[in-house]
Design a protein around this ligand. Structure first.
Ligand code: PMT
Length: 400
């Protein structure tokens, strides 16, 4: 997302108490480099980790720390500050801060500002991995997402407390990029979308593999449409003959296992996961090191199950909004509906691949949108055109 979107934007950076507060200094520096006008609000706990003076020097503005401060109120009180902002980003957002925002508390300047704010709000969580995975935090985060508050991260990795897992605050560059995305007006502005596309190849030996006819056209068209709608888009693609779409982060994979690992890594920090890939359900149990020589009239290959990628993504906590595709040749809607339930998805697009004009390697496609509440048959169209329709249909359902 172009960070020039930040030029002249009025940004409140809220800092709550946590070791990642030191990274807020770099964030404020980045936002200033992108020519944003930055005001910093700190909680009492944040000031235990980093001084207001540092943030004042970096933002070029006085730092706001107290709700009831006659001097600050005379300069810019909390209501004026809320009205002044084009966007607010709380980074780091501690577990306690997330809980207070979720409950609508107004017990300090930061939370009061959130209550008074009309501009978009984003939170960059940072906490110990066990706290992030705790059910109470999970419920609070879900509540915020349902209210339309953007969540930037957290990332996975080693933590200040010595643990490893999800809960690291995103780096300043990524936060700035995602904040810039909030000023894009497309239907997926600022959202992070991951799409899988194409086939997977399951090696038998160094020269042979099991695969299918997916060309990647549907997934690549969706990636282009997601970019057009303002999403920061990652495309995880099996081997196809298509050029990478512009402005997309590409991850090239071959096998289902590689696609699984890339998907889990990307999905842990995305808002929407769309699986168009035709993933091989089975792979050869052993892969020969050398080309297998012809011998006898028949050959038996023993296969083992591949992991179901979208099912694993839908089980993440918190999980992104999960959209599957169901390639069916009979009882298309019925089978797609049972996949929606079995895989724990929010939406599935049923694709009648028995019809050669739509589905695998065709220029056009036609799908039926299925969720727990609705069944909606969409018109046949070229994949690029259909992709825009599908992205808008997904975007419409994200906040409900
Ligand atoms: O690539 P194209 O030539 O443009 O063709 C597009 C398409 C026909 C491949 C596409 O529109 C489509 O229907 N994709 C889904 C293909 C498929 O494998 O469907 P499925 O019913 O087997 O799987 C259901 C869902 O689970 C899919 O979202 C699939 O990506 C996902 N899955 C399946 C198996 C697995 N191991 N992991 C998965 O994530």
């Amino acid at each position: 997302m172009p960070t020039q979107n930040l030029a002249n934007k009025r940004i409140i950076v809220g800092i709550s108490g946590g070791i990642a507060a030191y990274k807020a200094a770099e964030l404020v520096r980045r936002l200033k480099q992108h020519e944003a006008d930055v005001r910093v609000v700190m909680t009492a706990a944040a000031q235990q980790f980093i001084t207001p003076l540092t943030l004042q020097a970096l933002s070029g503005n006085p730092v706001h720390t107290a709700l009831l401060n006659t001097e600050a109120e005379a300069a810019m009180g909390h209501i004026e500050l809320a009205r002044w902002a084009d966007a607010m980003l709380i980074a780091p957002a501690s577990a306690n801060c997330i809980a207070r925002v979720a409950q609508g508390q107004g017990d300090d300047l930061l939370t009061t500002l959130v209550l008074a704010l009309k501009a978009p709000l984003a939170l960059a969580p940072a906490m110990n991995q066990a706290m992030w995975l705790d059910e109470a935090t999970h419920d609070n985060v879900q509540l915020l997402v349902r209210r339309g508050i953007a969540l930037f991260g957290p990332a996975e990795g080693s933590q200040a407390c010595g643990d490893t897992g999800p809960g690291r605050m995103l780096e300043a560059d990524e936060l700035a990029e995602r904040l810039a995305g909030l000023f894009n007006t497309g239907s997926m502005a600022g959202l992070r979308v991951t799409i899988t596309a194409g086939p997977t190849r399951e090696a038998i030996d160094p020269v042979r593999f099991i695969s299918n006819h997916s060309s990647g056209k549907m997934g690549y068209a969706l990636a282009e449409a997601a970019v057009e709608a303002g999403a920061l888009t990652t495309l995880i693609s099996g081997p196809v003959a298509l050029p990478p779409p512009p402005k997309v982060s590409m991850v090239q994979v071959r096998s289902a296992l590689e696609m699984h690992d890339a998907s889990i890594a990307a999905a842990a920090r995305c808002d929407v996961f769309i699986a168009t890939a035709a993933v091989a359900d089975y792979r050869p149990k052993t892969v020969a090191n050398q080309k297998i020589k012809k011998s006898g009239e028949a050959m038996v290959l023993e296969l083992e199950r591949n992991p179901d990628i979208i099912t694993a993504v839908a089980k993440l906590k918190p999980a992104p909004y999960c959209v599957g595709f169901a390639a069916e040749t009979e009882k298309v809607v019925e089978h797609a509906r049972s996949k929606l339930q079995q895989k724990g998805l929010n939406l599935i697009f049923a694709n009648d691949v028995a019809n050669a004009g739509i589905g695998f390697n065709s220029e056009e496609n036609q799908v039926t949108l299925i969720s727990a509440e609705e069944t909606l048959t969409l018109e046949q169209a070229p994949k690029q055109k259909l992709a825009r329709v599908l992205i808008n249909e997904i975007a419409k359902r994200l906040c409900h």
